[in-house]
Design a protein around this ligand. Structure first.
Ligand code: ASP
Length: 372
């Protein structure tokens, strides 16, 4: 039996039309047996992710929380009305409301829980709760042995199932979430435990690009990237995958395929131990701060911390795959605060307002010939 584990991100399940799209992706390939879902994400720029609303409701006083609950309910109700009219959302919702203050992690986990319940009702696939599958130890680290055993014992006999991402349970039975974006990790743990043929990670872009296509329209999709490089990119700011999502797959031979729910026939990007050493790629982070009297001579890895008096708002741009000649051109032409030669890439610290222009310029150098 071939097994594909599919994880669909928040933008892939943000409304009823997207639910229908995910169902047709599953129908197109019967190997897509185990489905890990995020909570509904943004439907349009400026919209809210359900998980953000849940955190806001947790932080809010009761009357404001009430207002936020109504918004959350209406999001799910519109999916229910379109896709699973018999699903008793009101019953589920009032149970969640009653238990909402159990813990912050419980509150946040309900986005994935409800989404997967609804999707299971829509498709007729069995639902298995993440609390029974993903186990953390008392310190909050994933218990790989217990998790692997639970995934195998609970999922394999079913042959197909829908599972909420993002949370699991602590030894005392209470729920715990992964860090933000953690459904990627839930999907990877599932793929590794079930010894899947492939782990498909479905999102709203065609894969890993040479730079963010919103900033660099001529950026190209990389067809393949090594697991090591993808992990480095994720830590350096690439948002397409959670930085911890590749750890469970190391040494298993299971490839991860980044795919676009909005364009399912596009080839995507394959993350594999067998991909070439380094492909060209630029990523970065904004919203960093360094002290105004920062001295590059004493440089250390860039701090990521709240603003303090006398601090300066900067961004870090990380360029992978530059040749020596291209590195020299970056050093000669980019007006940076500091450039750090990391083991496998160049980190360029710039004032934050130069972020987009710097990415565009480095991308030009990266895709040019050495002499360019
Ligand atoms: N819904 C959670 C978040 O927004 C987890 C996930 O999407 O993977 O971070």
């Amino acid at each position: 039996m071939s097994i594909t584990v599919c994880k669909f991100g928040g933008s892939s399940v943000c409304d009823g039309d997207r639910f229908a799209q995910v169902r047709s992706i599953l129908r197109a390939d019967s190997d897509r047996r185990f489905i890990v879902l995020s909570a509904p994400g943004r439907r349009f720029p400026g919209d809210d992710k359900i998980t953000d609303l849940l955190y806001r409701a947790w932080d809010a006083a009761d009357d404001t929380a009430q207002f936020i609950f109504t918004r959350i309910y209406l999001r799910y109700a519109s999916i229910r009305d379109q896709c699973a009219p018999d699903f008793d959302l009101e019953e589920e919702f009032s149970r969640i409301r009653r238990r909402f203050r159990t813990s912050r992690d419980y509150a946040a986990s309900r986005g994935e829980y409800l989404c997967a319940r609804l999707f299971a009702a829509y498709t007729g696939l069995p639902f298995v709760d993440a609390g029974e599958l993903f186990h953390f130890d008392a310190e909050g680290r994933i218990d790989s042995v217990a998790t692997r055993r639970a995934l195998q014992e609970r999922l394999l006999p079913l042959g197909r199932a829908v599972v909420p991402g993002f949370y699991g349970s602590l030894p005392d039975g209470s729920l715990r979430t992964f860090s933000r974006g953690g459904s990627d990790v839930s999907g990877a743990l599932t793929a590794a435990a079930l010894e899947a043929d492939v782990y498909e990670n479905w999102t709203d872009v065609d894969g890993l690009f040479t730079a963010d296509p919103n900033i660099v329209p001529e950026a190209r999709r990389n067809r393949c990237v090594s697991l090591h490089q993808m992990e480095r990119l994720a830590w350096a700011g690439a948002q397409v995958l959670h930085p911890d999502a590749l750890e469970p797959l190391k040494g298993t031979g299971i490839d991860t395929l980044l795919k676009n729910t909005y364009c399912p026939d596009a080839e995507g990007t394959r993350i594999s131990e067998s991909c070439p050493a380094f492909v060209p790629c630029i990523t970065g982070r904004r919203g960093l701060y360094i002290a105004a009297d920062f001295n590059p001579e004493n440089c250390c890895p860039l701090p990521r911390r709240a603003p303090f008096e006398g601090s300066m708002r900067v961004a870090s741009v990380n360029a992978f795959g530059l040749t020596d000649a291209q590195t020299a051109r970056v050093e000669a032409t980019i007006d940076s605060i500091h450039i750090i030669h990391m083991q496998d890439h160049l980190q360029i610290i710039i004032p934050e307002h130069d972020y987009a222009a710097t990415i565009r310029r480095i991308h030009e150098i990266l895709l040019s010939s050495d002499e360019g």
